[in-house]
Each structure stands twice: as C-alpha cells, then as structure tokens.
Design a protein around this ligand. Structure first.
Ligand code: ATP
Ligand code: MG
Length: 413
C-alpha cells in the first residue's frame, strides 16, 4: 500500500506568522488543543519565547489550562470553543492525539495547523498506522509486528495461529496500555474482543522484547528534519516508567536504523511538527536484536521529557518552532539523563494519602523535579517526572536508582 495520506500538506506557509512579539504591546498567540502535561510543557516553552498561549480543554483544572494565558474550557468539537480558539490564535497545534482529526481540518481552513489532520488521523488508528509503517518498511527494512485487523466475528475466525500468543489492541483511543487484552489461546479471542466492546481491533503477535527505543523528530514545513538523541525506554504494566539517554543507552547501529526509519515515516506523511516513533528491539538470536516499529505519537512524547533538562533545545521548544515556522536546529545533549515517571501511586501508602519525600530526592545531585499540577493522584496517573542529569549515563543511573529507592519505585535493568 502506498502513502496513506493526501500528499498536499495543509499547513499554510508559516512565514505569515509575525514572530513571537511583533510589537512590545502585543504577543502572538499560539493555540493548543488539549490541556494535559504535554500541553503544559508546551505552554512553558512558548511563553519563555514571548508567545501567549490559548489552551482548549474541557477540564477547568487541566494542567495546561491552569498556566495558559487563555483557557477555553469547552469540548474539543464545540463550535463556539473552536471559533474562539481561531479568533485568538495565529497558529494551532495539539498535545493529544485523540482530538477529532476532522476538527484539525476545520481549523486548518482558517489558521496554520501542525501537525495536519491527515497525519493525526493515521496516528489515531492502529490499522492505518501499521499500514503506513508497512509501506515505509519497503524502504527502511523496519516493519511493524505481525498483526491482523479484527472488525467482525469472521475476522476472528480467520486469524492465523502464528499471531498467538498475542495482544488484542483497540484500533483507536488506547494509551498507557489501556484498551489491550493479552490472549494466549485461540479460544480466549472471542471473550477478549467482547471485553474491548467488539470495537475494531488489531491482534498483534507478542514479541520477545529485549529492549524498547523511541525517536523524537521535529519536521518543518520546508522538510527540514531534526532529531533528539535516541532514548531507551522501560515500560511497567504498559506504562512508560524510565527513559535513559546518553552514550551507552542504545546500540549505535540500532539507533541509526531507528532514526532512518523515523525519517521515512515522518517524510512520507509530509509531517509538520514533533513526532515520536516507538520501537521494539526483538530477540531474534542476533547479538544486538532486530528492530520492529510499534507506534507513533503526533506530538512530543513522555520519553523525550529529559530534553528540557538534558538538551539545549527541548522537544517542546521544537514544537513551538515548527508551529511558528522558526528555524529548527539539532538539539545537543549536554548531559546524560535518566527520566523517572512519577505515577499517582506515589501519593498513597497502604490506602493512606502521603506526600513523597521530595526534599531527600532533591538533595541528590542533578535531580530536576517536574510536577504537572494535577489535583487528583490516582494510581497509574502520570503526575510528574524526575530527570536526573549527570556527565555520564552510569552516574545518572546511580543517582536515579538512589532516587527510585527513596521514593519506593521498583528497580529496572
Ligand atoms: P502509549 O501510552 O505508548 O500510547 P499504548 O497503550 O498505545 O501506549 P503500546 O505501545 O501498544 O500501548 O504497548 C505498551 C507496551 O506494552 C509496549 O511499550 C510494550 O512494553 C508492551 N507491548 C505492546 N505490544 C507488544 C507486543 N506486540 N509484544 C510485546 N510487548 C508489547
Ligand atoms: Mg506505546
């Protein structure tokens, strides 16, 4: 199958944007759909560069809404909310891939929008996403996991036994391992599909993972592409737990292959904005393992949060630059880094609410604490992260392990 998107990017020439603050009295306003932590860090980066930011998110206490210049608290498809966003903003992005792609299309008729609706639509649907990866694999040699699409009981009947044991994943709306059921045997398939509400799904073979990687790139409307250093990711229960970056984090040959695959995936989509592609390193008997492409996120990514403290340009500043049509430069990693996610579980011990001992953690060298201002610490909810920077990855890992022990986080390898 060829490229799955309209080859004409819908981004208008961004040179029309007046720059951060065209007059001392009037900052340019950038808009973001979604008010989660990614939006919050985008707001921080944009404001640091002199932009004002308007956030559209229905939650009155959303992390980004609370720090934005303007918070439009309506549903993502609310006509009045979207009209307000268009009136106030000179260009619009998203921090959340499940914003209806059609909404981005509507906004793009009036304002520069990045990423464009067609690219977001591909990322929103695992079957379209995998078709795109498979099309790119012809060029890059890195394809998706063996899989099949499930839309009907007949599709379930037809599934190849080679896909088992597998993971049945909803085609849309999954995140942090939600919308997934592990299936060992064929006779569990019907119940698994039932549990997922019999919505369109993808059954993926469960692969023997040796490791996981991600590549974050930013691509401008003129096709310029820059990348963050490749990070190594550790997941726990389907949720990112740790990201490591620096010499020794990732085998250089795999990193290069992952980068080339990401470049092809991004360019074939005529993508404008920040994009993350996640990879599996699968045990295939070879010394380094083989790369398989897992999924992509049309926005900055949790695995790139280290870039705020460990790089001279963060993934959020890159998002601002792509949206505003400003030059893109390759971020330089000035410190090795380990990022630890802080989930809501940390605020509970034996059913009693507690405050993590930040003072002890912050007494360690190179620890940067980021909390997202979420008011409700539910187990599994991403509340914040720590980035530990150090001259070498071994040193960053040492401090990160001490911080993890202090907080009661499990060890990782
Ligand atoms: P995200 O929050 O990254 O969007 P998601 O809910 O879309 O997550 P996936 O990336 O599909 O979930 O899976 C989450 C994790 O589960 C992966 O990072 C990996 O650790 C494990 N996993 C997923 N698919 C497979 C597979 N086919 N084989 C082995 N492990 C897998
Ligand atoms: Mg994932």
């Amino acid at each position: 199958m060829g490229p799955t998107v309209n080859p004409q990017p819908t981004m208008k020439p961004t040179t029309l944007l007046p720059g951060p603050q065209p007059t001392a009295a009037r900052p340019t306003t950038l808009g973001v759909l979604g008010g989660g932590q990614l939006g919050r860090m985008f707001v921080h980066a944009a404001q640091a560069m002199g932009y004002a930011v308007a956030v559209l998110d229905p939650d009155p206490a959303s992390p980004a809404g609370r720090v934005a210049d303007v918070h439009i608290a309506t549903a993502y498809d609310d006509e009045q909310g979207l009209a307000q966003l268009m009136q106030r903003c000179e260009a619009i992005t998203t921090e959340f891939e499940n914003v209806p792609a059609a909404v981005l299309g509507t906004l793009a008729a009036q304002r520069p929008v990045a990423p464009h609706a067609q690219a977001v639509a591909v990322a929103q649907d695992r079957s379209a996403e995998k078709a795109h990866f498979a099309a790119c694999a012809a060029r890059t040699g890195v394809g998706p996991a063996p899989h099949a699409i499930v839309r009907s009981p007949a599709d379930l009947q037809r599934l190849d036994d080679a896909l088992l044991p597998g993971i049945l994943k909803t085609a849309r709306l999954g995140y942090d391992g939600k919308g997934q059921v592990r299936v060992q045997h064929r006779d569990e398939l019907a119940a698994a599909w039932q549990r997922l509400g019999q919505v369109p799904c993808v059954l993926e073979r469960r692969l023997p993972l040796r490791d996981e990687l991600s590549v974050i790139v930013a691509r401008g409307a003129d096709g310029t592409l820059v990348a963050l250093p490749v990070q190594r990711n550790v997941h726990r229960d389907g949720i990112l737990a740790v990201a490591e970056v620096g010499d020794g984090a990732v085998d250089p040959t795999l990193a290069q292959q992952a980068l080339e695959a990401t470049q092809a995936i991004t360019a074939e989509l005529h993508y404008v904005g920040v994009l993350c592609v996640e990879f599996f390193v699968v045990d295939d008997g070879s010394p380094s393992g083989a790369l398989v492409v897992n999924e992509m996120a049309p926005r900055p990514h949790n695995s790139g949060h280290h870039s705020i403290d460990a790089c001279d340009v963060s993934q959020f500043e890159l998002q601002v630059r792509t949206l505003a049509g400003l030059p893109l430069v390759t971020p330089r990693l000035h410190s090795a880094a380990v990022m630890l996610n802080l989930l809501g579980d940390l605020w509970w011990r034996d059913g009693v609410a507690v405050t993590p001992d930040w003072a002890r953690v912050l007494a360690l060298p190179g620890v940067h604490l980021h909390l997202y201002g979420k008011l409700d610490a539910r187990p599994g909810r991403k509340m914040g992260h720590l980035t530990i920077t150090a001259p070498t990855l071994a040193q960053a890992r040492d401090v990160a392990r001490t911080a993890a022990t202090l907080l009661g986080l499990p060890p990782w390898r």
